[in-house]
Design a binder for this molecule. Structure first.
Ligand code: MRU
Length: 355
């Protein structure tokens, strides 16, 4: 297993200390930097559900860690029983959030590891699953660094790049996907400035993207979501880069609510619209985006800002957390195994199956 650079300045939202993990509570950023310690799979499931940890790849990493914590507490010596109980643990973790496929991808990978090693003893399986969870964590950051290098040539020196939500280090094991491409361009000596949509209602852009780019000294300007079209019409955006929660086989992309609107605006203004995601985000089992389950969240996210009431008591609210951008609006999909443009059906299959 190769390692990622160790650098105290690098943002990693999940860290390991003596068989426990700590997650940076993303609900409290940017006002407070609080790390919460987790020891059990139930606690990890709660952290995913309540969005202490969020962002598709980070959710996948957290789920794998949850499985590791769950199986190490199992008392059975029978591998058959061990596997049955492991599957129940996976079900609890799978029931946390429905849209990001990385969660289910990570659970499948953990189950596949156990199933292919059922001839081993229970203690050996436990150690193997710990290593698998740590490998998933490390590989995610490595994938982001690679996809950053594949995608950075799309950003010219001086580019003004719009992004939506947070597809940064905080949304992954480290480095980020959309922000990984931006970081790679900056690392390669380009001057890049970022325009961050605030991303109502959970404000991942205002709270998280703005926080992590400012921390890395990458110029960032925060706008409200409804300002993007105006900036585009004035020629102030050169390209858009976003992350993804699930990409169907035909290239349709589920991402944070509001992404579709940005893609339509980009098309109208002839601005390239890029999606950056590791192959763990690609779901070849779904032929198109209409099959992607869209999470609906509590209406209170819209009617309230913490304790502040923004809308009348009892108002009807609809709060879908994601939308689907049709592939025809996507200029290219940037992965760690290469860039896919044009024929997504063939290209996505190739990058997923590449060894
Ligand atoms: O609800 P969230 O904050 O988990 O949604 C996150 C997003 O939509 C991100 O853009 C996506 O997961 C890509 S993260 C690399």
């Amino acid at each position: 297993m190769s390692t990622c650079p160790i650098d105290a300045k690098v943002i990693r939202p999940i860290r390991f200390i003596a068989g426990q993990c700590q997650m940076l509570d993303q609900r409290l950023l940017p006002a407070e930097e609080v790390w919460i310690t987790y020891k059990t799979y139930q606690e990890v499931a709660e952290a995913i559900k309540t969005m202490v940890v969020r962002g598709a790849p980070a959710i996948g990493v957290a789920a794998a860690i949850g499985v590791w914590f769950g199986v190490r507490d199992l008392e059975t010596e029978s591998t058959h029983e061990f596997f049955q109980q492991m599957k129940e643990i996976c079900e609890v973790l799978a029931a946390t959030r429905p849209t990001a496929v990385n969660l289910f991808w990570a659970l499948e990978r953990m189950k596949h590891f156990a199933e292919s090693n059922l001839d081993r003893s229970v203690p050996e399986l436990k150690i193997g699953l710990e290593f698998e969870a740590l490998a998933i964590t490390q590989e995610d950051e490595q994938a982001n660094r690679k996809l950053g290098q594949h995608g950075e040539h799309f950003l010219a020196d001086g580019a003004r790049v719009l992004t939506h939500c947070n597809a940064g280090a905080l949304a992954t094991a480290g480095y980020g996907t959309a922000l990984g491409v931006i970081r790679a361009a900056v690392d390669n000596g380009k001057k890049i400035s970022v325009i961050a949509d605030e991303t109502r209602p959970f404000l991942q852009g205002a709270r998280l993207t703005a926080w992590e780019l400012q921390r890395d000294n990458i110029p960032v300007t925060l706008i409200c979501d409804n300002m993007a079209g105006w900036l585009m019409s004035k020629g102030e955006i050169d390209c858009v880069i976003v992350g993804a929660d699930r990409i169907a086989a035909n290239g349709d992309v589920a991402n944070k609510i509001g992404t579709y609107t940005v893609a339509v605006l980009a098309k109208e203004h002839n601005i390239p619209f890029y999606v950056a995601a590791p192959i763990s985000t690609i779901d070849l089992k779904l032929s198109d985006g209409s099959q992607i389950p869209i999470e609906e969240r509590d209406g209170r996210e819209i009617t309230h800002l913490k304790e502040l009431q923004l809308a009348p008591e009892g108002i009807n609210v609809y709060n879908p957390a994601f939308d689907v951008t049709p592939h025809r609006l996507v200029t290219a999909i940037i992965t760690e195994n290469g860039v896919v443009e044009g024929d997504y059906l063939t290209g996505l299959r190739q990058v997923v199956n590449q060894r």
